[in-house]
Design a protein around this ligand. Structure first.
Ligand code: HDE
Length: 695
């Protein structure tokens, strides 16, 4: 159990456990002696109106649902803390970014964007990464995503974009998917979407885990120091476990096997004490360098390449506590970009400006009135004292007589004081009222090209396949053509490869590619050094080598992985030296729920696995998805049955650098473990010949 922080102590005042040592009552506190039978006129007669317990129970039930979020409806959240490690005292008045002795409580909610509350986790989509910092100076919300840019430049286009990506209006199809005509119609007509569409078609849209994805504030914000000097800032979250993704075929299968895959992963990691952690980084740009870039800092479809402005690590975010109640906390949490504390301010980014309006507005309807800030998860730990009164669901009893300012009846309180107050950054602005996009926002392609150029070969292949899949679902041919024509402005080879897959004429005119790259954009360059919390399947049947299973369990647990023994049935299998406990039965899982698989030795066991289609498929599918595969002694036979008999289709032997680690001698050697751990740490092996592997 972690030490309670200010937020936890505050929540403790409202936590109730009706299951603990209590009797059933109505909402009025009246004890109830029967909640299974309604009050009737005779045993077989009609229910009576006067049955207040029945009426109350049904009425409450009838009103249990609130509107889901218009976007980001599906999410999962957790509490934790933030610590600043490299104080930003020179740049900001925000105490939580200056004082290394502070542990600021946080609540983080991760989400998908397009799907409904009940949709699957592993869809191709952007992920929300929203953090509420309960600072001593008030709540600061960093409402970001796992991609550093956005689809549009001006918030007035947000309803258009969301209407296009959401299920189509006539039949509400497809759920949680961008692969349909209306989205791609919008995309082809709105070229500012191009850069973000490259991200969305990349593996970034398929995170292996919320714990293994980056977060970005997206907009350029402003830090303001105690002297009122402003510095532009971009916020970055970097996951301690590295940035890793699933592959497309796998995501689709997970959506059926475990639609709660990412949510469950977060929950289980925290329950097991494997606390998810991110580093906060900032890119700082002095005010006088505002125009020093070949893009506009106010344009949310642009990144500042890390090679141009390095990301400075400044703090640490750790999630250490699951919520007690999903609805009360994760569903009712209300993030708002406008919640800033002294020392952090906005810029004139037109997307950011629109968000300043939207969040509060949507919460008024979603949470049913203006008092949602009093909901436990939303309450600041800083004192809240003002003249806001009344409204639906007012749960404070304000005892002061004067609810206005200025007043003399309450001694002028709450008083307006300059010290510690938020003062808006004093930026000079002037201009004619005008509905116009700035010329400095006009380049929609250079950074899309930069992203494409920075990808490794396998990332490029995945992007092409994603475009082919999505456009292949678009019925209206001219839309496919429009998208391909637009992609030609990013890279000619990309446009041709996509065109070939979706049956449209490849663009004739090649365009020039500027050739620049930003290596930091490629997931291939992310650290691959840990196998902590990776789930590793050990396939077993009667006769399995008990020593192998024991050694593997020990060795893998010692490096922080989670080994699980899978067999045809739950319970135990009879190993060579006695019973081996089974973690899960094969029919309840599938290779897609694991990061790697090992087949231990044991002649009889391997023969049984060879005869079990689900075990053979397990290995073949893990291979198809690029996962590390290990086999010891007889275990190698199962790899042959899965047609991975040590030789790929080019007649070359599969080697450990392709993530297939085989040891013919029996017994788990240190060398085997070392090679296998390296293969798992690499996350996926995309240097395999996958074409012949059945889907
Ligand atoms: Fe949001 N967005 N958004 N958004 N957004 C919402 O607020 C909106 C944008 C983001 O876990 C809504 O309470 C507009 C960018 C996250 O509760 C709504 C525009 C980024 C979440 C809204 C944007 C985000 C939301 C829906 C264009 C990344 C989930 C329910 C101007 C930087 C927060 C709600 C949570 C949620 C509006 C664009 C991130 C409707 C108008 C860019 C993570 O207010």
């Amino acid at each position: 159990m972690t030490t309670p922080d200010d937020k936890d102590r505050q929540l403790d005042q409202v936590r109730v456990n009706p299951n603990h040592d209590s009797r059933l009552t109505t909402d009025q506190g009246i004890p109830v002696d029967d909640t299974d039978n309604s009050l009737k006129a005779g045993e077989r007669g009609p229910t009576l109106m006067e049955d207040f317990h029945f009426r109350e129970k049904i009425t409450h039930f009838d009103h249990e649902r609130i509107p889901e979020r218009v976007v980001h409806a599906r999410g999962a959240g957790a509490y934790g803390y933030f610590e600043v490690t490299d104080p930003l005292t020179e740049y900001t008045a925000a105490e939580f970014l200056r004082d290394t002795s502070l542990r600021t409580p946080v609540f983080v909610r991760f989400s998908t964007v397009a799907g409904s509350r009940g949709s699957a986790d592993t869809v191709r989509d952007v992920r929300g990464f929203a953090t509420k910092f309960y600072t001593r100076q008030g709540n600061f919300d960093l409402v970001g995503n796992n991609m550093p840019v956005f689809f549009i430049q001006d918030g007035i286009k947000f309803p258009d974009f969301v209407h296009a990506v959401k299920p189509e209006p006539n039949n509400e199809i497809p759920q949680a998917s961008s692969a349909h005509d209306t989205l791609w119609d919008f995309v082809q007509l709105q070229p500012e979407t191009t850069h973000m569409m490259m991200w969305l078609m990349s593996d970034r849209a398929l995170p292996r885990s919320f714990r293994m994805m980056q977060g970005f504030g997206v907009h350029t914000f402003r830090l303001v120091n105690e002297e009122g000097v402003g510095t532009f800032v971009k916020f970055h979250w970097k996951p301690k476990l590295g940035t890793h993704s699933l592959v497309w075929d796998e995501t689709q299968k997970i959506a059926g096997k475990d639609p709660d895959f990412n949510r469950r992963d977060l929950w289980e990691a925290i329950e097991a004490g494997n606390l998810p952690e991110w580093e906060l980084g900032v890119q700082l740009v002095p005010a006088d360098r505002e125009h020093a870039f070949d893009f506009d800092l106010l344009d949310a479809t642009k990144i500042i390449p890390e090679e141009e402005v390095p990301v400075r690590p400044v703090g640490r975010l750790v999630l250490d506590r699951n919520p007690d109640n999903f609805f009360a906390e994760t569903e009712q949490v209300a993030f708002h970009l406008g919640n800033v504390v002294p020392g952090i301010d906005f810029t004139n980014d037109p997307l950011l400006q629109a968000r300043l309006f939207s969040y509060l507005d949507t919460q008024l309807i979603r949470l049913g009135g203006p008092n949602f800030t009093q909901l436990p998860v939303n309450r600041a730990v800083a004192d809240v004292r003002n003249h806001q009164r009344d409204g639906y669901h007012q749960s404070m009893v304000h005892t002061s007589r004067a609810a206005y300012h200025p007043n003399s009846l309450s001694g002028g309180c709450p008083a307006v004081v300059a010290e510690g107050a938020f003062t808006h950054y004093q930026e000079r602005v002037d201009g004619n009222k005008i509905r116009k996009r700035s010329e400095s926002f006009a380049d929609h392609y250079s950074q899309a090209t930069l992203f494409w150029n920075s990808m490794s070969d396998w990332e490029k292949e995945h992007i092409v396949s994603a475009f082919r899949f999505e456009l292949g679902k678009v019925d209206h041919r001219p839309i496919r053509e429009g998208v391909v024509a637009n992609l030609n402005n990013v890279d000619h080879d990309l446009a041709v490869a996509v065109a070939e897959g979706v049956g449209v004429e490849p663009p004739a005119q090649p365009t020039t590619n500027h050739g620049r790259t930003s290596p930091a954009l490629s997931q291939a360059n992310a650290p691959h050094d840990s196998i902590e919390t990776r789930k590793i399947a050990i396939l077993a049947a009667d006769g399995v080598d008990t020593g192998d299973v024991r050694s593997l369990r020990e060795a893998l647990s010692a490096v922080g992985a989670i080994p699980e023994v899978l067999a045809a049935r739950d319970g135990t299998v009879e190993g060579s030296e006695g019973p081996v406990e089974v973690t899960r039965a094969l029919p309840t899982v599938g290779s897609v729920l694991y990061d790697a698989v090992i087949v231990p030795g044991g002649k009889e066991s391997v023969t049984a696995l060879e005869a079990d289609g689900s075990a053979v498929q397990f290995v073949a599918e893990a291979f198809k998805h690029g996962k590390a595969i290990g086999a010891i002694g007889d275990g190698i036979r199962l790899l042959s049955s899965a047609r991975l008999n040590g030789v790929n289709n080019h007649g070359e032997a599969l080697t450990a650098d392709q993530g297939v680690v085989m040891q013919s001698a029996s017994g788990v050697t240190g060398e085997f473990v070392e090679q296998f751990v390296m293969a798992v740490a690499a996350h996926r092996h995309h240097n395999r010949d996958l074409a012949p592997v059945p889907a």
